[in-house]
Design a protein around this ligand. Structure first.
Ligand code: ME8
Length: 684
C-alpha cells in the first residue's frame, strides 16, 4: 500500500481522518486501533515537515442512536454528549494528537450538511420519490433482501420501510466511478478492498435514498424539515464540515482550501463501500475534489470474532493503559497486526510482546547503555574514536534501517517497519554483548580498554538515538523519555525542527551530558494477564449492574443489542443468572409453520416444516398430545434458530419451538405475538 502523501513534498500539507465513531456505546480497542494508526501517521508526517491536520470525532445522529438513547431513558442529545465525551476523554488520556474533534450535532456540521444537500439538489442529483424496502438499523443502511430476511452484512433483522424519500442519483455515477478508480489506482487500499468495491459498482448501482421521515434525530433537509438527512450522508460530510465547508469565515475557508481533499480517510474494512462509492459520488456530483485515498484497516478479533459492542466481546483500551501503559498498546497493535488484515488480540500475546520486545529488548538496551555511560564516563558521552569493522556494521545497518523503516512506514506496513527497527535493536544488543565493555581482559591495557568502552558505548548510544528517532510516532511517550536520557532535550522539539526528518548516523556529539537512567518498560509481572482479565470482568459487571441516571448506566444499557429484560430478570432460586454475553448467543426468531404432521410410532412428536423468510427447515416438536397438526399450519411461532441439529426417530431436527410449560404436567403453550410480526424477525 502507499499513501498518496508519499508524492515528493507536494504542497507539504497532509490531511488524515479516522471514521467518526457512533455514540451508541463506549469506545473499545477496535476504535482505539484505527485512532492509534492515524495518530502514528500524523506524528510522522508532522516530523517530516508536512502541515498536518488530523481529524477525529463522533457520529451522533440516526435511528440507532435515537433507539439507544430511548433504551437508556435519556434524550438523544444527552446520551450522545455523554458517550462522545467518553471517546474524547479516552483519546486525550492516550495522548492522541488530533487537531480537531467533530461532533455531528454541532451547528458547524449541520450548516455544512445542509449546504451539501442543497448543492446536490440544485445540481439536479437529488429528487423526491417513494421507497419501500428493507433497512438495517445497526448498519444504518438499506439492503436488498426480501421482507423479514436478515441483513446480509451483519445478520441482524432488517425492517421494512415505506416512506417518501429524497433520492440521490447514484445510478448516474456507475461509469464515472469506475473510470475514477481506474485513473486513481491508489484511491482504495489495500488491493483486496479495491477489487471488492469495483465488483460492487460493476454489479450496478441503484439510486440511494438520502432522507428519512419516520424519526427526527438528524439534520433537517433544508426547505423540507419533516425529512432528516440520511445518516451516512450526514456522517461522511464531517470530513469537510470540520475543515470549514459551509462556513463563512475567511479563516475557515482558507483551512478548507489548504487541506481539502483529504490525503487519507482511514476506516475499518466494513465501511469501505460508504467511503469508496457513496462519498466520491456525492463529491463528484457536487463538483468537489475527491479524497486521495481511503485506506481500510482489518478487524481486531477477540475470541475469534470481530471485536464489537454487539457481539459483546470487547476489551477496553483503559484496561491495557492501566496495566502496561499506552505505548505498550500502540506497539502491540502496530507490530502484531499486519495492517490491512484481521489480527487477533489476546492478553497473552500482548504481555509476551511487551516483555520480549519492549522490556527485554529496547528498554533493556537503553538502560544498559545509559547506565554504563554513567558508570564509566560520569554520564558524559565519550568520543567514539576510530570505527572498527563492528562499528561500521552497526552504522551501516542503522543507515539502512532509516531508509527501510521510512519506506515500510509510508507503505503502511507498520509491522514490517517495526521488525526492521527491532532487527537493529537485536544487532546492537549482540554487539554490546560481544564487545562486553564491562569486562577487561587481562592482556588489554587500561588505555585500550577505556578506548574500547568509549567506542562501544558511543556507538551503541548513537544507535539508540536513531532507533528512538524512528519509533517516535509509534512510542511517543517512551521515545520522549529516551531522548531526555540521551541528553537531547524534548523529542517533540526535534520533530518540529526537522531534526527527525534529517535523521542520519552520527548526530550524537561527544561531551553530551546524559540524564539519569529512568525505567522505561518495567517487566510485566506474571499476573498481568489475570489483572487485565479481571479489570474487564469488573467492567462488565459494573455495566450490567449500573443504576439508571449515571453515565455508566447510559453505557450499560446502550451497549447490548438485547433489550433490558435480562438485566432486570426476576431471580428464581436454582437458576443461575447469565450475562448479556450468554443471552446474545441464543438466536430466537419468528417462524411460520408450513407443514405439520405426526411422526409414525411416536405419539408425542410432530414433524414441522417452518419458514424463516431466508430459509425453510425441519423441526421436531414434542407437542403432539396438545396440538392437532392441522391447527398449526400457518401459525407463527418462536424458535431457537441456532440450536445444533439433533436426530429423533431417525429425523433431523433443526431448532426448537418455544412454549410456556404450564400446570403439573408441563403442558406446552406455544409462544406467539398479539401484533403481526414478519417471518424471520429476531427476538432480542
Ligand atoms: O461505522 N477492528 O462507526 P463505528 C478494527 N459511524 N477496527 C474497528 C473494530 C475492530 N474490531 N471495531 C471498530 C461507524 N473499529 C460510522 C462511521 S465515518 C463517516 C462513519 C473501528 O462506531 C474501524 O475503524 O461502528 C471501524 O470502521 C470503526 O471503528 C467503526 O466505528
Amino acid at each position: 500500500m502507499s499513501s498518496s502523501a508519499n508524492s515528493p513534498e507536494k504542497n507539504k500539507s497532509f490531511y488524515i481522518t479516522t471514521p467518526i465513531y457512533y455514540v451508541n456505546a463506549r469506545p473499545h480497542l477496535g476504535h482505539a486501533y484505527s485512532t492509534i494508526v492515524c495518530d502514528a501517521i500524523a506524528r510522522r508526517k508532522r516530523s517530516q515537515g508536512y502541515a498536518t491536520w488530523f481529524l477525529t470525532g463522533t457520529d451522533e445522529h440516526g435511528q440507532k442512536i435515537e433507539r439507544s438513547a430511548e433504551k437508556a431513558g435519556r434524550t438523544p442529545g444527552e446520551f450522545a454528549a455523554a458517550i462522545s465525551g467518553e471517546f474524547r476523554g479516552l483519546w486525550d488520556r492516550m495522548g492522541i494528537t488530533y487537531d480537531d474533534f467533530i461532533r455531528t450535532t454541532e451547528p458547524r456540521h449541520k450548516r455544512g450538511v445542509q449546504q451539501l444537500f442543497a448543492e446536490l439538489r440544485a445540481k439536479g442529483f437529488i429528487y423526491k420519490g417513494s421507497y419501500t424496502g428493507q433497512y438495517c438499523v445497526s448498519d444504518e443502511a438499506f439492503v436488498e433482501v426480501p421482507p423479514g430476511a436478515p441483513c446480509p452484512d451483519c445478520g441482524r433483522t432488517t425492517e421494512t420501510i415505506s416512506e417518501e424519500n429524497y433520492f440521490f442519483k447514484l445510478s448516474a455515477f456507475e461509469r464515472r466511478l469506475l473510470e475514477f478508480y481506474e485513473a486513481n489506482p491508489g484511491f482504495i487500499q489495500p488491493e483486496a478492498r479495491r477489487n471488492e468495491v469495483i465488483a460492487f459498482v460493476r454489479g450496478g448501482l441503484k439510486d440511494l435514498s438520502v432522507s428519512r421521515t419516520s424519526f427526527s434525530w438528524g439534520i433537517p433537509v433544508p426547505g423540507d424539515e419533516k425529512h432528516v438527512v440520511y445518516v451516512w450522508m450526514d456522517a461522511l460530510a464531517n470530513y469537510m464540515t470540520a475543515l470549514g465547508y459551509g462556513a463563512d469565515s475567511p479563516e475557515l475557508k482558507a483551512r478548507f482550501e489548504q487541506f481539502w481533499p483529504a490525503d487519507v480517510h482511514l476506516v475499518g474494512k466494513e465501511i469501505i463501500r460508504f467511503h469508496c462509492v457513496y462519498w466520491p459520488a456525492f463529491l463528484l456530483a457536487a463538483g468537489l475534489p475527491v479524497p486521495k485515498s481511503v485506506v481500510a484497516n482489518g478487524w481486531l478479533l477477540f475470541d475469534k470474532a470481530k471485536m464489537s459492542k454487539s457481539v459483546g466481546n470487547i476489551v477496553r483500551a483503559e484496561t491495557v493503559l492501566e496495566v502496561l501503559g499506552g505505548d505498550a498498546l500502540r506497539y502491540f497493535l502496530m507490530r502484531e497486526v499486519s495492517f490491512g488484515h484481521d489480527g487477533n488480540f489476546t492478553f497473552e500475546a500482548l504481555v509476551q510482546r511487551y516483555n520480549g520486545d519492549l522490556a527485554n529488548g529496547y528498554g533493556n538496551l537503553v538502560s544498559r547503555v545509559v547506565n554504563m555511560v554513567h558508570k564509566y564516563f560520569g554520564g558524559v558521552l565519550p568520543d567514539a574514536g576510530a570505527m572498527g569493522p563492528a562499528e561500521a556494521a552497526i552504522a551501516g545497518q542503522a543507515t539502512e534501517t532509516i531508509l527501510e523503516f521510512g519506506a515500510q512506514f509510508e507503505a503502511m506496513d507498520f509491522s514490517r517497519a517495526l521488525e526492521t527497527v527491532w532487527a537493529l535493536v537485536g544487532a546492537v544488543d549482540g554487539y554490546l554483548t560481544a564487545a562486553a565493555p564491562w569486562k577487561k581482559k587481562p592482556d588489554v591495557t587500561d588505555e585500550d580498554f577505556a578506548a574500547m568502552q568509549a567506542r562501544v558505548l558511543a556507538t551503541a548510544a548513537e544507535a539508540i538515538r536513531v532507533i528512538t528517532g524512528l519509533v517516535h510516532p509509534i512510542l511517543p511517550e517512551s521515545a520522549a523519555k529516551v531522548w531526555r536520557q540521551l541528553g537531547l532535550g524534548e523529542i517533540e522539539d526535534a520533530a518540529k525542527s526537522g531534526e527527525l526528518k534529517r535523521l542520519a548516523w552520527g548526530g550524537l556529539q561527544a561531551g553530551t551530558r546524559l540524564n539519569e537512567p529512568a525505567p522505561l518498560f518495567p517487566r510485566a509481572e506474571k499476573d498481568a494477564v489475570e489483572r487485565m482479565e479481571n479489570l474487564e470482568k469488573d467492567n462488565n459487571l459494573t455495566a450490567v449492574a449500573a443504576a439508571s441516571g449515571t453515565e455508566a448506566a447510559v453505557v450499560a444499557v446502550a451497549e447490548p443489542v438485547v433489550a433490558s429484560p435480562v438485566v432486570e430478570a426476576v431471580k428464581h432460586e436454582g437458576i443461575a443468572q447469565i450475562g448479556i454475553d450468554d443471552f446474545v448467543k441464543v438466536e430466537l426468531r419468528v417462524a411460520q409453520i408450513l407443514v405439520a404432521e405426526r411422526v409414525p410410532k411416536a405419539d408425542k412428536l410432530l414433524r414441522l416444516e417452518v419458514d424463516l423468510g431466508y430459509e425453510q427447515r425441519q423441526i421436531l416438536a414434542g407437542i403432539a398430545q396438545y396440538y392437532a397438526p392441522e391447527a398449526l399450519i400457518g401459525r407463527k411461532v418462536v424458535i431457537v434458530a441456532n440450536l445444533a441439529p439433533r436426530k429423533m426417530r431417525g429425523l433431523e431436527s433443526n431448532g426448537m419451538l418455544l412454549a410456556a410449560s404450564v400446570g403439573d404436567e408441563g403442558a406446552p403453550v406455544l409462544a406467539g405475538f398479539l401484533e403481526d410480526v414478519p417471518v424471520g424477525a429476531r427476538l432480542r
